[in-house]
Design a protein around this ligand. Sequence first.
Ligand code: GCV
Length: 643
Amino acid sequence: MDVVDPAWLPPDTWRAIGRRRIRLTGHGLLVDTVAGELGQACARFGGELVRSTGGPPCDVEMGLGGEAALGAEGFAITTGSGPVRLRAHQPHGLLYGMFHLLRLGDAPASTTCRPAVPRRMLDHWDNVDVHPVMGQVERGYAGSSLFWRAGAPRRDLTRVTTYARMLASCGINAVALNNVNVHATEARLLTDRLGEVAELAGVFRRYGIRTHLSVSFAAPVLHGLDTADPLDVRVRRWWEHATAAVYQDIPDFGGYLVKADSEGRPGPFTYGRTHADGANLLADALAPHGGVVHWRAFVYNHRQDWRDRSIDRARAAFDHFTPHDGTFRDNVVLQVKHGPMDFQAREPVSPLIPAMPRTRIGVEFQITQEYTGQQRHVCYLAPMWSELLRGTHGPALADSASEFVAVANVGDDPFWTGHPLAQANLYAFGRLAWDPGLDPAAVLDEWITLTFPDTPARLGDALHAIMQNSWATYERYTAPLGVGFMVHPGDHYGPAVDGYEYSRWGTYHHADRDGVGVDRTVTTGTGQAAQYPEPWRRIYDSRPDCPDELVLFFHHLPYTHVLRSGVTVIQHIYDTHFAGADEVAVMRGRWAELSGTLPPAAYERVAELLDEQVRSAGEWRDQVNSYFFRKSGVPDAHGRRIY
Ligand code: GCV
């Protein structure tokens, strides 16, 4: 196996705990996993792991017997004059408690932790066969899949074990293995290739992670039936049998993930049925075994006529799904992207999320940086997620979510995520899914301390400075004021201001000589603003009240319109694009100062990528500024160079 970066679990991170005498009591798979980890750490750093109950007290006493209120995954750490005590009610709590002790390092403090939601899941968009356009991993920017390569399963699962450990350490407890776009080969993972899934599930199980599978709604047809109609009794039987067979091989199988009637995928609409009919079919097959269906709400018309302004993609999920609130089975999770469009660097929250009080909602984030620099740009996403979760500019997602899901950003790249600093996004998703109230800046520092355990202050400060505001910087040099989608069609990298303006995908900015932005107001626009609960409906609908960050998402504004910030729309575009590109140059400079403080391979990789980010940010600045200068004819108030 190639040398792989240890990410945020390098051996030295275990030093504080590995020096101690630790008593661990209890039995079972997860307790054995904890014992294995602690045993290794003690062997390396001179401590001792004691598995018996008697004898003198140890420095750390870990075991079950914690209060039932800790739930299935919580833990309590108490410190005082005696030993540090870690108690959990269930083995999962011991696993998470151990990793929390790692975070606390030399200074363990009393704390009680329980996750905010019971499932914290990663969706992999991995293909088994290399897709002719999307490759081995759809929207993957970190090499090949950890699970498959060129149609075949990976034989050596050492890296998957290391990966499972990384995920558990930040609180992830579920994974979907394969792409939601399920093609013919991948459809067979459910049936004759189930053994591959079972093998991976065995690896993840050791770290408390349940395995889920993306399935095609047309699976019965792909396997020989003449229909996939959810109300056809033969289809019901087919799913019951297939599901029972899955549970025979994988007794703790998590369930199915489905993208239906979305971007060309098959679904219940083909048979004149609803999405509740479709989801409930699979839910019924899974229910006797304790499984769930993640049913995606990413349903919209992707063959839109750009000339027809009455269709608004941002309305689609709400319009499709709200009539069905309360009709989904209890084991259906409606999985909704955090925004109404598609993982742009800035969007309002999806109005569907607060509109389904009688449905379990899984909020979906995207860690893979499809629209946020493709792991070539530094873009620490936790500040964005935190704003969405807490409700900085809209309804707080954390209030309506039953669980959190994110599209993974890993592959077989030696640094896991292509850009070494993109590891922080994976870590931070797990931490925020566990506790959405965490401060993203503190999570970043946690990641820095774990990843670089002997960090000189200079390195920690520089990393923090480079990363903490990198999402804001990215937003500045890309699409302005919430308008989104000024990217190259297809690969979605780099600027193409009109790239999607006359296309079928429903992703427009409507710039003309007078102004820019999409009118989603109630009186003159598509009315999407009315899909939000008050007070947001009123705020978004009002030009003066709408937050600047989202104003072009909801309003078509003249270039001379004065924003809440006091500058005009056009001057804001110029100012932010100059500032954003300048900020990237500063990041590059700070990184150069770190030469010699980091392992050379990581230093070089980031340096090269920052060079590309500097180039790309300059390109964004010049294309966006020139485009709007040419459209509007309004010069930059500061006379800077625009082409
Ligand atoms: C997996 C966007 C991406 C697609 C992705 C889709 C989805 O459209 O570009 O690659 O498909 O979202 O989330 O289903």
